[in-house]
Ligand binder design. Structure first.
Ligand code: P53
Length: 476
């Protein structure tokens, strides 16, 4: 029976654009996150044509981690973190994305940040591209629909691999690359790939082309990284929301299988180094004439990943809708699951699903896994005593850790670590809100931008400290 090893990487996760702020400091360029306004539970975030005065752009200030990280890393160390997942803001290193020479001030910032982590034996776990590509690559090149962006990305990847080769061991290429399987979502296409669909364009086809270039870029980055440091562990990052059949009706089961294929073929390419047959057939049936060369296919095969990084928040369900073509479309084919409860933001909470997906990944790919996001976004209140009693969050995390341990101890899954999302409150990616909080540490910053940015340890801070200290034995 397996166990969480003594080197298990307990920690927490964030992304540069959601907490750093300092959007124009030390030469940073404008990223796609910088042109996104705040939304809320009922309103999608706006994407403006460049930065337009008079709008609320919550990522511009974030929680000012850029200037306050020593204080925050110290709090992570106090909780006992062994790892800290963040991303490198591409626009700090290459402000426009297409420069040949990097911005030294940006490189220096991450040198200092990683040093600060290592001082406490906290391993940085780094995502190269986390919803923050240079906006210039969108306006000048059309984002990832353009093959040229592969080289710009590789220039960025090589620069940071070389610079941090002795500071960072765990890397991931593209955050939640498969979210864009939901090609109806302007938000997903823009944040993942800088895509803006023109009238008359087939969004699904554009998505398949962009995803192909990203997967080629990922495979090439893996190879470049291994040359720079053979000890690097380079993973993919998949948003894992399993899609269950609503009933045992065979047509529902088949529909759910196609849904899983549609959302997770990205992992097939990352892990197996090739496209699955159903997708090749689908693209042929659609008469998509994609730019996929023989050389690309060689690169995909040569650049498979070392591990599967994934986020897990919720599960989905689907059912047959009587169509003869087996096609799954995330915007129209999801149905509520009567067996699970949803959060205030409609995210269906399902801890057993975590054990299910850990087994699913293991059976499909036989690779180590790393849970690089998991968590409960909820409104928190600072009580009269100045404390935050976030028992909902503790309950959510406890239930998931119990299932995670079962997957390791009973089912034999090889798990590298666990980094819950938003270990310190930050800007929500989906809604741009501050009030959708995930942290062990409360930050006094509100949706309207007010607040003094003070940090407060929540009840979950002390709870997680105990979990780490006992290597997951004490969960009460
Ligand atoms: P927020 C959709 C579905 C699952 C995870 O999300 C997702 C999304 C996109 O919103 O995003 C990941 O902030 C992402 C993080 C994000 C986190 O989950 O919308 O990797 O950047 O903040 C939580 O509540």
């Amino acid at each position: 029976m397996g166990q969480l090893g003594k080197d298990f990487l307990w920690g927490g996760a964030v992304a540069a654009h959601q907490l750093e702020g300092a959007w124009q400091v030390d030469g940073k360029g404008i990223s796609v996150a910088d042109v996104m306004t705040a939304g809320d539970v009922n309103h999608q975030r706006g994407i403006t044509d460049g930065v337009q005065p008079g709008n609320n752009y919550p990522n511009h200030e974030g929680i000012d981690f850029y200037h306050r990280y020593p204080e925050d890393i110290k709090l992570f160390a106090e909780m006992g973190f062994k790892s800290f997942r963040t991303s490198i803001a591409w626009t700090r290193i290459f402000p426009n994305g297409d420069e040949t020479q990097p911005n030294e001030a940006g490189l220096k910032f991450y040198d200092d940040l990683f040093e600060e982590c290592l001082k406490y034996d906290i391993q940085p776990v780094i995502t190269l591209s986390h919803f923050e590509m240079p906006y210039h690559l969108v306006t000048e090149y059309g984002g990832w629909r353009n093959r040229k962006v592969i080289d710009f990305f590789l220039n960025f990847a090589e620069t940071v691999f070389k610079r941090y080769r002795n500071k960072v061991k765990y890397w991931m290429t593209f955050n939640e690359i498969n979210n864009q399987a939901n090609y109806h979502s302007q938000f997903a296409l823009f944040t993942n790939s800088g895509l803006q669909i023109q009238p008359g364009e087939d969004a699904e086809k554009v998505m398949y082309q962009a995803a192909h270039y990203e997967l080629v870029a990922s495979a090439k980055a893996v190879q470049i990284g291994k040359q720079i440091n053979p000890d690097f562990k380079i993973g993919c990052m998949i948003a894992m929301c399993p899609i269950y059949p609503l009933t045992a009706k065979p047509e529902d089961v088949l529909k759910a299988e196609r849904a899983m294929q549609t959302r997770y073929w990205f992992a097939d390419v990352h892990c197996h180094g090739r496209y699955p047959e159903w997708l090749l057939q689908y693209q042929k049936n659609q008469h998509y004439d994609l730019d996929i060369t023989a050389d690309d296919l060689k690169e995909l095969a040569a650049g498979t990943v070392d591990y599967i990084g994934f986020s897990y928040y919720m599960s989905f369900a689907t059912k047959d809708n009587g169509e003869t073509t087996l096609h799954y479309d995330e915007e129209h084919d999801l149905v509520p699951n009567p067996y699970v409860k949803a959060s205030e933001w409609g995210w269906q909470v399902d801890s057993v699903g975590l054990r299910y997906v850990m087994n699913w990944f293991n059976d499909h790919y036989h690779l180590p896994e790393f849970i690089v996001e998991n968590g409960f976004g909820a409104v928190d209140h600072v009580e009269a005593d100045g404390q935050v009693h976030d028992s909902n969050r503790i309950n959510y995390l406890r239930d998931h850790i119990i299932q995670m341990k079962k997957a390791v101890e009973i089912d034999g899954v090889d798990l590298i670590g666990y980094t819950p999302w938003g270990c310190i409150d930050l800007v929500s990616a989906g809604t741009g809100q501050m009030s959708k909080r995930y942290g062990f540490i409360y930050v006094d910053k509100q949706d309207d931008g007010t607040g003094n940015l003070a940090r407060i340890k929540k009840d979950s801070f002390y709870w997680y400290q105990k979990v780490i200290a006992t290597n997951g034995d004490v969960l009460e």
